[in-house]
Design a protein around this ligand. Structure first.
Ligand SMILES: *Cc1c(COP(=O)(O)O)cnc(C)c1O
Length: 413
């Protein structure tokens, strides 16, 4: 099937309609999905239950960086499925050590705390920072504060939504966890001003993903690094969406030559097979945890770590980072050419682009629908911003096709 065959017609959608009806009747309505029912996928393409094919330009919010069913990753998963899948941390597993060693080396750190979801990695990072504050920095227990950015997205737990700026994410979920101070993203002076003797960490996304792929000023992260070092405060980079080749680098912080004290990783780490997240830092930070103080039944399980080791091996070659950088230039050039033709602004690096569309042409959701009808899956973030984050296995030809479809969709409204 060629790309052009993919343009959807007004074909019947019996399986789609039935699947959506069943799902709507029984699944909590915590998402508002596009009316596309995924059935199978390979590489950068998803096929729905009625046989239509879509170019996946969301990649499950960067969890599918290496493509759907990447052969190297699925081979590792299959082999591990036939060997052992779950041990719990009550025993050692011969998969955990190699994963932790490889991931630590990739991040140039020496310790890894394995967890499952991204939100768990963030929670774990917060706990580690507070414990580090109490034990190493000498902050009185219960007095620690953490500086975060406005419009952040770090997940959905009670503590994390406690420092969200999004009324939808917070509303009705109080009482909230105290101990967080919000400053404008990109304002290093505000970070410095928010720090006091009880500050244990500054927690940031290097590029804010859910906020609309917001790139900070070039001096922001280097200055935050200096401020953290000068004040004995941990710099924690939430690279759950920005990391692992998405921006053309292993970690987005590298674009600015910045090395945080703590990396929070997730999404692509699980190779689009299993949830796998991690806190990665040196032993002077992660070493504050003792047996019984933190844990997870599934964290670091053999199946997930077999997959994760393969992901790290693939990242260690730099191939995906280079591909994301090269193809990202093509994607950004194509999208920037649409500025003035319905596009107001394009942000991001590598295969990660936030595209602000003229609100007069419709909401992000409406445009996402129009693109889905043309065989392209994207997700709106806020208002009239579309996020393009295709699997890094996407080809140059497919990128050009996607940009062309966006141009036509904008011209059609
Ligand atoms: C997705 C995301 C999370 C949360 O990850 P989950 O696996 O959905 O819990 C945290 N931080 C960032 C930056 C994310 O993009």
């Amino acid at each position: 099937m060629t790309i052009l065959d993919n343009v959807t017609s007004e074909s019947a959608t019996p399986n789609t309609d039935a699947a959506i009806e069943l799902e709507s009747g029984h699944v909590a309505r915590n998402y508002a999905p596009l009316p596309v029912v995924a059935h199978s996928a390979e590489g950068a393409w998803i096929t729905d239950v009625d046989g239509r094919r879509y170019l996946d330009c969301l990649a499950a919010y960067s969890a599918v960086n290496f493509g759907h069913r990447n052969p190297e990753i699925t081979a590792a998963a299959h082999a591990q499925l036939d060997t052992m899948t779950l041990a719990s941390r009550a025993f050692h597993s011969d998969r955990l050590g190699p994963f932790a060693a490889a991931l630590a080396k990739l991040a140039d750190k020496d310790m890894v705390l394995p967890m499952n979801s991204g939100a768990e990695a963030v929670e774990s990072g917060i706990k580690v920072a507070r414990k580090w504050g109490a034990e190493v920095k000498g902050v009185p227990d219960g007095q620690a504060n953490i500086v975060v950015a406005e419009n952040n997205f770090h997940g959905r737990t009670i503590s994390i939504v406690s420092f969200s700026s999004d009324p939808v994410a917070r509303g009705g979920f109080g009482p909230y966890t105290p101990g967080f101070r919000k400053v404008p993203f990109g304002d290093a002076d505000a970070v410095a001003a928010a720090i006091d003797e009880n500050t244990v960490a500054v927690l940031l996304e290097p590029i804010q993903g859910e906020a609309g792929i917001i790139v900070p000023p070039d001096d922001f992260l280097p200055r935050v690094r200096e401020i953290c070092t000068a004040n004995n405060v941990l710099m924690i980079a939430d690279e759950i969406q920005s990391g692992l080749a998405r921006t053309g680098y292993t970690f987005a912080c590298q674009r600015w030559g910045v090395v945080p004290d703590v990396y929070l990783l997730g999404k692509a780490l699980g190779g689009a097979v299993v949830p796998l997240s991690a806190v990665v830092a040196n032993a002077d930070v992660l070493g504050v945890l003792n047996p019984g103080e933190h844990g997870s039944t599934f964290g670091g399980n053999p199946l997930a770590t077999a997959v994760g080791t393969t992901v790290v091996k693939m990242l260690a070659t730099g191939e995906f980072q280079a591909r994301s950088r090269e193809l990202g230039e093509r994607l950004h050039a194509g999208l920037r050419a649409l500025i003035g033709q319905g596009v107001l602004a394009v942000r991001g690096f590598g295969l990660w682009a936030g595209v602000d569309v003229d609100p007069d042409l419709g909401t992000g959701k409406e445009l996402s629908m129009a693109l889905a009808r043309r065989g392209i899956l994207v997700k709106d973030t806020h208002g009239s911003t579309l996020r393009f984050a295709p699997p890094i296995v996407i080809t140059a030809e497919e990128i050009d096709w996607a940009v062309g479809q966006l141009a036509e969709a904008l011209a059609a409204v």
